[in-house]
Design a protein around this ligand. Structure first.
Ligand code: PMP
Length: 396
């Protein structure tokens, strides 16, 4: 008799959603289809030669001791490099307060692991990053959702969410060039959010993969305004996602627990890859690389903005991101962008429908357009195709 695994699963496993929670593959079989769902650096922005050369050098000069277990918090020079970069962005961080993780995703997981009991409440942005919800689902969290407007979390809604009993355990926010809306709060809005968090005694967890990808100016992280913010960073967008190199910068009281949690999960992050990243970033190389990448993203962002202006029917609105990878486009109430997706795919364009970014997957009149992965002409064509379908849908 084969095992009935259903009776063996932990409670948390019963809540697990399938990855991405939407299978787009059947919509992407035609090679001419333009996929606006991407959220990674394009091949042109991957520093392939530099990485290969750095890795070669790291292996050539390797001390055999590096091939053993050690350095659970991470390679010291990498933590120093990250701390220096964060300080330059206004966040006073010590290398001892940095833990190297397997990407930002593991950072979210380790923080949730330390802070959440089953049934605890977490304040999340709506719409928000579904990868965060996936983690919190595993810890059997309940959600208090706060809407995001053109400046991020709406303070009045946050105050209502915080003024509840039992108090939520933390606020999870992508405060800069948010995924999925692309929005960033003004300094005044940010201070308001942090003041509310302090007033109600609820910590802020800032997930910041896109913060360094600004076009005109660096808005800086929330962590620059408040040393109690738990900050999560990553090299996935600035170098490459496959490196799985991220970090958590946390207040001193949490560091030992975070390091112990990391050890329990995977002992340490890849020691050779940490050295490779240090080597790649040496001599200001990362800054020069980011300048080039920003120019690529900016040209793509301009193409999307111009195409949206031209192609969208009246009644369609979109956010004005000042960096990052995403526009959030909203059709009039009553339209469900999941339902429109097959028609758009038939017209040769696929996007991520808004419902993916709500924990209850409710129908949404919005969609996310990622502009990082495609050249301007493809983005323009994709948005023109979208415009045609939307004109029809709004006329009908
Ligand atoms: N947080 C957010 C907001 C993201 O957009 C992403 C990447 N899609 C991640 C975390 C995961 O990043 P990493 O590759 O560093 O785990």
């Amino acid at each position: 008799m084969s095992t009935d695994w259903g009776t063996h699963l932990a409670h948390r496993a019963a809540r697990i959603q399938p990855s991405l929670r939407l299978d787009l593959d059947p919509l992407l079989t035609d090679p001419g289809t333009i996929y606006l769902g991407g959220g990674t650096p394009p091949v042109e922005c991957l520093p392939i030669d530099r990485l290969a050369e750095a890795a070669r050098q790291v292996w050539a000069e390797l001390d055999p001791a590096t091939l053993y277990y050690d350095e659970t918090p991470g390679h010291r020079p990498l933590r120093e490099l990250i701390a220096a970069r964060m300080r330059r962005r206004g966040a006073e961080v010590d290398p001892d307060n940095i833990l190297i993780t397997a990407g930002a995703q593991q950072g979210i997981d380790l923080v949730a692991r330390l802070l959440l009991n089953p049934g605890d409440r977490v304040v999340i942005e709506e719409p928000g990053y579904f990868g965060g919800f996936q983690v919190f689902d595993h810890y059997e969290a309940q959600y208090l959702t706060v809407p995001v407007d053109d400046e991020g979390i709406v303070p009045e809604a946050l105050a209502r969410a915080l003024d509840t009993s039992p108090r939520p355990k933390f606020i999870y926010t992508v405060a800069t060039f948010q995924n999925p809306t692309g929005v960033t709060g003004s300094p005044a809005r940010r201070r308001e959010i942090l003041a509310l968090a302090r007033e109600f005694g609820v910590p802020v967890v800032e997930d910041d993969p896109y913060g360094e990808l600004w076009f005109e100016r660096d808005p800086g992280p929330l962590r620059a305004l408040d040393p109690d913010v738990i900050y999560i960073g990553t090299f996935s967008k600035t170098l490459a996602p496959a490196l799985r190199m991220g970090w958590v910068a946390a207040p001193q009281e949490l560091m030992r627990l975070l390091i112990d949690a990391k050890e329990a999960v995977d002992i340490q992050s890849d020691r050779m890859m940490q050295r490779t990243v240090v080597q790649v970033c040496a001599d200001g190389w990362l800054d020069a690389h980011l300048d080039q990448a920003r120019a690529v993203y900016r040209a793509r962002w301009e193409a999307v903005r111009a195409a949206l202006e031209r192609a969208m029917p009246p009644g369609v609105r979109w956010t004005e991101p000042e960096g990052g990878y995403f526009f959030w486009v909203t059709l009039p109430d009553g339209i469900d962008t999941s339902a429109l997706l097959p028609e758009c795919a038939a017209a040769g364009v696929v996007y991520l429908p808004g419902s993916l970014f709500y924990p209850d997957m409710r129908p949404s009149a919005s969609l996310r357009i990622g502009f990082s992965t495609l050249p301007p002409e493809d983005l323009t064509l994709g948005i023109e195709r979208l415009g045609q379908v939307f004109h029809g849908a709004l006329a009908g």
